[in-house]
Design a protein around this ligand. Structure first.
Ligand SMILES: [Zn+2]
Length: 476
């Protein structure tokens, strides 16, 4: 550390990890953290950021986004979607395969890889599709760099991506297990939700709550438990997407107690909203699985506190505003944006004492990095880690304004909501991509993530069988 100048030094901040927080300076060179030291030592640098009074988090990782590119560019593209990520403090996104064309074969994967390489502000992973008709493609998709696979157990894109039947699912899980990859599942039982949707429509229901009623918790619980049975049979690593239902959680806990590698995420909309909000706001909050009746949110918070839930993702799913404001709930497209609002919303809950900042770091950076084999290159502020850093100001207050978001989708279910705690600077491999709310990066700076081979990381506090009390969960 003598003589030469570092690319970047961040002084005066509090560095947060899942284990605690400490005042320290970070030195960054060549995109890597090269030193963490006493704040009093002045390090020579080409640029120095004064982070006094602020917290430095490992760059946030969102393993569930839909950037719509290729395909539905009027709703979002890789540039606007990852600009949202940068402004939301997110340094790595994993994009879902349900684009047009879907990532169901190597040619389609290459198409998306080319787009992402040109347009992305932040680092990224690309999922391959486990579809109803592409079993033969899974191995080559894996060889060509998908970060994992996604299976829609109900359907996606209004039925254009039908789910695999159970036989296909069993064989596909075996193939994915052989590749050592993890599969993320959207777990809802299609027969159950089709039945109730038809029934409610026949009864003439068009109110927003009908959407939640059409996809009852049992549809999630059944599909989660079936996915677990198949994953156990195949020896495949399983990730449950956007868990919403109190009813499904015991099946996940039981699987983990048996030692299975089953991980689970939830999203801010399921923690902070209920079907009462859906009834009030209508189409803008139509998403799948649905925002549920009060009570499910409390069960999810309990999972956050106990370690049963591993990660927070957004399921960022942009649509044109015109497709989110129809009178009949059934005419609204499913999905809502979230990349730019998740951190302020969750940091607000940290300020309210519902989780510690350390636990937030675990849920939003460390655990996603471990689940997807990126740790500690990502998900940690350690010497040798990528310099992916989200600087947050826990005091800063604001009001979410849908007109000011980077996404092409300018309609947000969070519009008008007060927040306290915001990302103020986002750094991807040493490059500032957002400062004081303004985008600073360059499209094309983002790179595909590099996964490590070998045995998976053990989740520190959320692994099989480990229990934490809510009180422990609240300590920083
Ligand atoms: Zn999704």
């Amino acid at each position: 550390m003598s003589g030469a100048k570092f690319d970047l030094v961040i002084r005066g901040g509090t560095v947060v990890s899942p284990d605690g927080a400490v005042r320290a300076s970070l030195a960054i060179d060549g995109g890597i953290i090269v030193g963490i030291g006493d704040d009093d030592v002045v390090l020579p640098a080409r640029e120095t950021i004064d982070a006094s009074g602020r917290h430095l988090l490992p760059g946030l990782i969102d393993c569930h986004v839909h950037l719509r590119d290729p395909g539905t560019l009027e709703a979002e593209d890789w540039q606007t979607g990852t600009a949202s990520a940068a402004c939301g403090g997110v340094t790595t996104v994993f994009d879902m395969p349900s684009t047009d064309p879907p990532v169901s074969n190597v040619a389609n994967l290459a198409l998306k890889q080319g787009i992402a390489a040109k347009k992305s502000y932040v680092d990224y992973g690309i999922y391959g599709l486990l579809g109803h008709d592409n079993l033969a493609e899974l191995e080559s998709l894996s060889d060509h760099g998908v970060v994992g696979f996604k299976c829609f157990m109900s359907s996606s894109l209004s039925g254009r991506l039908p789910p695999p039947d159970d036989g296909t699912l069993v064989e596909a899980f075996r193939t994915i297990a052989k590749q050592g990859k993890r599969c993320i599942v959207h777990a809802e039982n299609l027969a159950i939700i089709s039945y109730f949707e038809a029934k409610l429509k026949k009864e003439g229901r068009t109110d927003p709550r009908a959407h939640a009623d059409s996809r009852p918790p049992v549809a999630a619980a059944e599909a989660v438990s079936r996915a677990i049975v198949f994953a156990e049979h195949a020896g495949m690593r399983l990730h449950i997407a956007h868990e919403t239902s109190a009813d499904a959680l015991p099946y996940i806990a039981a699987a983990r107690a048996r030692g299975l590698d089953v991980t689970v995420e939830t999203c801010p909309q399921y923690l902070l909203l209920t079907a009462d909000d859906l009834a009030e706001k209508g189409g803008v909050l139509r998403c799948n699985p649905p925002i549920r009746n009060p009570g499910h949110d409390r069960a999810l918070w309990q999972g956050i506190a106990s370690g049963q839930i591993d990660a927070i993702a957004t399921d960022h799913a942009p649509h044109l505003a015109a497709h989110k404001t129809k009178a009949s709930i059934w005419d609204n497209h499913c999905g809502m944006i979230g990349l730019e609002t998740a951190a302020p919303l969750m940091l607000t809950e940290v300020n309210r004492g519902r989780l510690s900042l350390s636990r937030y770091v675990e849920l939003s950076a460390a655990n996603p990095a471990k689940i997807w084999d990126l740790y500690p290159r990502k998900g940690a502020l350690q010497v040798g880690s990528d310099a992916d850093i989200t600087i947050v100001d826990m005091q800063r207050e604001g009001v979410i304004d849908q007109e000011r978001l980077q996404s092409k989708c300018r309609i947000s279910g969070w519009h008008g909501r007060k927040v306290q705690g915001m990302p103020v600077c986002t750094i991807v491999r040493g490059r500032i991509v957002m400062r004081d709310g303004r985008l600073e990066g360059t499209p094309g700076w983002g790179r595909p993530v590099r996964q490590h081979a070998g045995p998976p990381n053990r989740l520190s506090k959320a692994a099989a069988g480990e229990k934490r009390t809510p009180a422990e969960g609240n300590q920083e």
